[in-house]
Design a protein around this ligand. Structure first.
Ligand code: APR
Length: 233
């Protein structure tokens, strides 16, 4: 049986927009409602951890109510014909809840907390108890923080993501403005001969590479992408 082609998918907040989760930089997006410096930096955590907890508690409660959309499910379907690897900037668990098998989160996960102690142990959030505060401690007694990569922090999974991107036979980008590095730099690891597809209702500037832009939302865009792949393969 012929080896299935490696379809590497880089997703961003737009992937979950149709599930009712706000993106960051669109109008009415999260960074219009909150200052990054107040809620998504190590300095914010040092200065006002309660405000940081409130911000992620609110997002966690919203996520628990949300459901994967047709775009998420279409990616699962493609696993029948392709070896699909998802590299997501999203901290939501909608890819996994839709059934995707290979999902790498490079900006952390909302449904996990991490010890601020030397162990940096990671704990799953109980969906029944999604809210955290400063009193919540790890077994060693250190405060728990959201398991999220904040601005100014290292991206521990980046090397793994780059290795996956380097093996792509096809690259599909869905719902990311490609403004945040080093995530947007993953393109540099994709072989020059690899075709790149982009699903986004808006223009997204992608330098130095030809991109086949499907100018639609995730669900409708995935229908078109699926048709194209079926005719090509
Ligand atoms: N379907 C597909 N794409 C969409 C949809 C949709 N229904 N709605 C909006 N988009 C697109 C927008 O046009 C935009 O290009 O999704 C993109 C969202 O971009 P951002 O809000 O900048 O989100 P993202 O690129 O994921 O942000 C990257 O920045 O704030 C940090 O850590 C955070 O992971 C995040 C990173």
């Amino acid at each position: 049986m012929a080896l299935r082609k490696k379809l590497v998918v880089l997703t961003g907040a737009g992937m979950s927009a149709e599930s009712g989760i706000a993106t960051f930089r669109d109008s009415g997006g999260l960074w219009e409602q909150h200052r990054v410096e107040d809620v998504a930096t190590p300095e914010a955590w040092m200065t006002n951890p309660t405000l940081v907890h409130q911000f992620y508690n609110q997002r966690r409660k919203q996520l628990i109510e949300a459901k994967p959309n047709m775009g998420h499910y279409a990616l699962v379907e493609l696993e029948q014909d392709f070896d699909v690897h998802i590299i997501t900037q999203n901290v939501d668990d909608l890819h996994e809840r839709a059934g995707s098998l290979k999902v790498l989160h490079i900006h952390g996960e909302l449904m996990k907390m991490r010890s601020t102690g030397p162990s940096e142990e990671v704990f799953k959030v109980n969906p029944e108890k999604p809210e955290y505060c400063l009193e919540d401690k790890c077994p060693e007694g250190y405060p728990l923080r959201p398991h999220i990569v904040w601005f100014g922090e290292m991206v521990p999974e980046y090397e793994n993501a780059a290795a996956i991107a380097a093996k792509a036979d096809i690259l599909l980008i869905i719902g990311t403005s490609m403004q945040v590095y080093p995530a947007a730099g993953l393109l540099h690891y994709v072989k020059p001969t690899v075709p790149i597809y982009l699903i986004d209702p808006q223009d997204v500037s992608i330098a130095f590479r030809d991109v086949h832009h499907i100018k639609k939302g995730a669900s409708e865009g995935m229908k078109e992408f699926g048709r194209m792949m079926r005719t090509k393969n």
